[in-house]
Design a protein around this ligand. Structure first.
Ligand code: MG
Length: 395
C-alpha cells in the first residue's frame, strides 16, 4: 500500500506566538532570545530578521552586530507549550496516528483517509491557522524521510521575509528524482563532518550518494552503507509512532460553516459525533466512564462539561444519552454554536459481563458489533441510524 505521510512544521513558531500576543511585532525584524550580555543566543528569529542575516542559535551579541535595530523579546515558554498543545490536538483530531517530534513539529500518517494528501494538507493548514492564528508549512510524501526533507526544501524556497506557509508534495514514485539534486546534508545521517569528507571527494548531492558503488558506500559509512543508499533513493518504511499507544481520551468534534442555533439539529449532530466516538473506542478496544461535551459559541467562548457513569462504555447510544443530557443542561438555549464536540475519557479495557441469558446489554453489543463490521467493510457512512439520516436530509 502507498502510504500518505505529512510532516507539519510551524513557521518561526516562537516568533509567531509572540506576534499573536503583541500584534505590533508583526512584520518587524525581531527575535526571541537571551540577553546580549553574557552568553545569550537567538532561539527564534522572525522572517524579517532572517532576511537580514539573523539565524537561530546565533549569539545574541552577534545578531545585534548584524542588525542593531533588532527587537529582542524574552521567551514566554508557557505560552509556547499552550499553543503547541492546541496545534497537536487539532492534528490528533484529524488523524489518530500523530507523532510529535518537537514543540512545533509532527508527523501524521493519513494513509486511511480517502482524500488526496494535498487537500488534507490544505485543510490542516487552514484549520491550524483559523483555530490558533499560527502559520505552518507541510511536506507530503510516501515516507517520513521524504515528507520532512520536502518540507524543509519547500520552506527554503520562499524568500519573502514573511512566514512561508508552504505545502510541498512529492508524488509517489518521484522520491529519488526529488532528492537527487539536493545537498547531501539534507539527508538524515549525514552530519557536517561526513558531509565535508564527502564533498572533498566530489560527492555533493544526494544523487551522487545514491550512485556510489557498494565498496565506496562501505568505505564512507561502514555497516550503514546499505541503509544510506536506501535513504538516498527515498526508501524509508519506518512507521509513524503515535506517542500515546493508549490515548487518554477519544473525541470527535465538528466546526460549522454557519453557526447553528437549532436545538434539534444540534442534538442530531451530537448523535452522529457520539457514534464516531463509540466506533473509535471499539476499534481501539477501549471503553470509558466519563462523557464530555464541548460547546464553542460564535464568539469563540468555549465550555467543556462532563459527567461520570458508574460503568465504562463504548456503546453509541449510552455515550449519546449522556452527551444529550449534558447538552440540554448546559447549552444557553438559542445561543449560536460554532463547534460541538463529544469525548469519552477515563479509559479502560471494556469489561464484559458474561451473559448467560441474552440480556439487553449483550443484544446491544451484538448489534453494535454487526454495524461496526459493516462499516469496516463498506466505509463509515454505510449505516446511519434513522435519526442521523434525517439530519442529512434536513440540512
Ligand atoms: Mg518550526
Amino acid at each position: 500500500m502507498i502510504r500518505k505521510i505529512i510532516h507539519l512544521d510551524l513557521d518561526a513558531f516562537f516568533c509567531s506566538v509572540e506576534e499573536l500576543l503583541d500584534p505590533s511585532l508583526k512584520g518587524k525584524a525581531f527575535a526571541v532570545g537571551g540577553s546580549p550580555s553574557g552568553r545569550g543566543v537567538i532561539t527564534s528569529a522572525s522572517y524579517a530578521a532572517r532576511m537580514r542575516g539573523v539565524r537561530s542559535a546565533m549569539p545574541t551579541r552577534e545578531a545585534l552586530n548584524i542588525l542593531p535595530d533588532l527587537v529582542l523579546v524574552r521567551s514566554g515558554f508557557h505560552h509556547y507549550s499552550e499553543y503547541s498543545n492546541k496545534v497537536m490536538s487539532i492534528l490528533r483530531n484529524t488523524s489518530p496516528i500523530v507523532e510529535q517530534v518537537s514543540i512545533d513539529e509532527a508527523f501524521l500518517d493519513v494513509s486511511d483517509m480517502p482524500q488526496p494528501i494535498g487537500s488534507i494538507a490544505i485543510d490542516l493548514q487552514k484549520r491550524v491557522c483559523q483555530e490558533t492564528g499560527l502559520p505552518c508549512s507541510l511536506g507530503c510524501a510516501t515516507s517520513r524521510l521524504v515528507a520532512k526533507i520536502a518540507n524543509d526544501f519547500g520552506k527554503k524556497q520562499v524568500k519573502t521575509g514573511r512566514s512561508p506557509q508552504k505545502i510541498t508534495i512529492v508524488e509517489p514514485g518521484k522520491e529519488e528524482e526529488f532528492l537527487a539534486p539536493l545537498d547531501i546534508q539534507a539527508l538524515w545521517g549525514v552530519g557536517p563532518k561526513t558531509a565535508a569528507h564527502l564533498r572533498q571527494r566530489g560527492i555533493t548531492t544526494i544523487g551522487n550518494l545514491a550512485a556510489l558503488s557498494d565498496a565506496d558506500l562501505k568505505n564512507y559509512f561502514g555497516q550503514h552503507g546499505e541503509s544510506m543508499r536506501r535513504r538516498a533513493k527515498g526508501i524509508d518504511n519506518s512507521p509513524i509512532y503515535s506517542e500515546s499507544g493508549d490515548p487518554k481520551s477519544v473525541s470527535n468534534e465538528m466546526t460549522f460553516h454557519d453557526d447553528q442555533d437549532d436545538k434539534e439539529g444540534l442534538i442530531k449532530i451530537l448523535h452522529s459525533l457520539s457514534e464516531k466516538v463509540g466506533f473509535r473506542l471499539r476499534k481501539a478496544e477501549l471503553a470509558g466512564s466519563v462523557v464530555q461535551i464541548k460547546i464553542r459559541y460564535s464568539d469563540f467562548s468555549t465550555y467543556t462539561r462532563q459527567t461520570s457513569m458508574k460503568e465504562c462504555t463504548n456503546l453509541d447510544q449510552e455515550i449519546f444519552n449522556e452527551a444529550q443530557n449534558l447538552f440540554i443542561k448546559h447549552w444557553q438555549s438559542g445561543r449560536p454554536v460554532r463547534l460541538l464536540g463529544v469525548g469519552v475519557t477515563n479509559l479502560d479495557k471494556p469489561h464484559r459481563q458474561l451473559s448467560l441469558w441474552g440480556n439487553d446489554e449483550s443484544k446491544k453489543e451484538d448489534l453494535t458489533k454487526a454495524v461496526d463490521d459493516l462499516r469496516d467493510r463498506f466505509g463509515k457512512d454505510i449505516i446511519k441510524r434513522a435519526d442521523t439520516l434525517k439530519t442529512k436530509k434536513q440540512s
